[in-house]
Write a protein that binds this ligand. Structure first.
Ligand SMILES: Nc1ncnc2c1ncn2[C@@H]1O[C@H](COP(=O)(O)OP(=O)(O)OP(=O)(O)O)[C@@H](O)[C@H]1O
Ligand SMILES: [Mg+2]
Length: 388
């Protein structure tokens, strides 16, 4: 009888031993997850290989220490570790995602689950599972950014098509108006009052025609005449016009890289783009400031095309230390007709022209702005094959 009972005990012990051994083996073979137990106050009781892999600490380094050591100092200060334990205790389970710190001080984005462990109605500790999801989070981020820039590009494309139709019709109407005004001017040239009015009407119609040309550039309906162009030379040619466009309290400075390769673009459109950017900078500095125009050869990729590889481009930037653009409207400034200026002061087409011209020339335009500090517009253009 006693023999039988001791055999039974041995086999139960064996089974128990092997079960706990198997369990330990199982825990330690999981290397993607840090799985460990805490006592009721948050001190670490067990540790697995996954813990070492995810957080960098060996078993001896962490057993007995408080689990808040894995949190960022600001989170510890804000009482996050204890709050998470309290939440697990109250809700029966707690899961969250957030930044944690490895032994070497590097950060990783963690997905965390905490389960309270009860024995006879008393809380005896917590089971905690942590997984490093940094790669997944980065991939998700990149996907979201790509989707956002695709959406923005599609929106601009759609607005471009719409404006293109309108601009064509408008251009034809303006051509009729301008021709008629020209004829009237010839017939009434002996009456100075009428002549003055006709001239004013002509100037307005020509300004309208200029605007529609900018619209056509944005909508890619304008046939650009690409020719090899030395951007530094073009900028120098524009110098007088730019200076005349700016009041005395606005300083114009240049930082042009020597010996730049030629680009292949439409010259008048390039000059219009630089002038549009300079005029925007001027308008952003009503009490004066500094505009710096630079040119440089750079290796860049189209920021709206996530798959694009970097290539050599000549980039011209116009930077100011003016008011900057409020964050909430930065996304919209390239849209045609988007303006914050009062009626008559701005038509909202300057940046659309810059964007459309750069895109249509096989390049791209970007804008960066810090409210209160200034704005930089960068136009990157492909190199001329003929002059490579
Ligand atoms: N350098 C800049 N600094 C501050 N805000 C700017 C700057 N450039 C553009 N903006 C903002 O972007 C808006 C759109 O600019 P955009 O050049 O397209 O049109 P606009 O200057 O208002 O009119 P237009 O150029 O057709 O006369 C501006 O109204 C302004 O609010
Ligand atoms: Mg403008």
């Amino acid at each position: 009888m006693s023999d039988q009972s001791s055999t039974l005990h041995d086999s139960i012990d064996d089974a128990w031993m092997s079960e706990s051994k198997q369990f330990r083996l199982l825990l330690n073979s999981v290397t993607d997850y840090a799985i460990y137990m805490l006592d009721a106050t948050g001190h670490i009781q067990t540790w697995n290989h996954g813990g070492e892999r995810v957080k960098g600490y060996t078993r001896d380094e962490v057993i007995g220490s408080h689990f808040s050591r894995f949190y960022e100092p600001a989170d510890v200060e804000a009482g996050l570790p204890q709050r998470e334990l309290d939440a697990a205790k109250q809700q029966g389970r707690y899961s969250s995602e957030g930044w944690r710190v490895r032994k070497d001080g590097s950060r990783f984005f963690a997905s965390v689950a905490i389960d309270p462990i009860w024995s006879d109605g008393k809380l005896v500790g917590f089971a905690k599972v942590t997984r490093d999801v940094t790669d997944k989070r980065n991939a998700q981020r990149q996907l979201e950014e790509a989707q956002a820039s695709l959406l923005q590009a599609q929106k601009l494309e759609a607005v471009g098509k719409l404006t293109l139709g309108l601009a064509h019709d408008f251009n034809n109407l303006l051509a009729v108006v301008i021709n008629a005004l020209d004829l009237i001017a010839i017939r009434v040239n002996d009456d100075p009052r009428v002549t003055r009015n006709v001239e004013a009407a002509l100037r307005a119609a020509e300004r309208g025609a200029l605007l529609t040309r900018q619209l056509l550039t944005f909508g890619r309906g304008q046939n650009l005449v690409a020719q090899p162009l030395d951007v530094n030379r073009s900028i120098q040619d524009l110098n007088d016009l730019m200076r005349r466009s700016c009041p005395e309290n606005v300083e114009l400075a240049f930082d042009l890289a020597p010996n730049l390769p030629f680009v292949e673009v439409d010259k008048p459109q390039f000059e219009a783009a630089v002038l549009n950017a300079v005029v925007n900078s001027r308008d952003a500095m009503p009490s004066g400031g500094r505009i710096v125009i630079t040119s440089a050869l750079r290796k860049v990729a189209d920021p709206t095309d996530t798959g694009a590889s970097k290539k050599d481009m000549v980039c011209v930037s116009v930077a100011d230390n003016g008011s900057g653009i409020p964050l909430e409207i930065q996304e919209r400034v390239f849209e045609p007709f988007f303006t914050t200026k009062e009626i008559g002061k701005g038509s909202g087409l300057g940046l659309s022209q810059i964007f459309g011209f750069a895109k249509q020339s096989g390049g791209h335009a970007t804008l960066s702005s810090t409210p209160g500090q200034g704005t930089t517009v960068v136009i990157c253009l492909p190199l001329s094959v003929q002059h490579a």
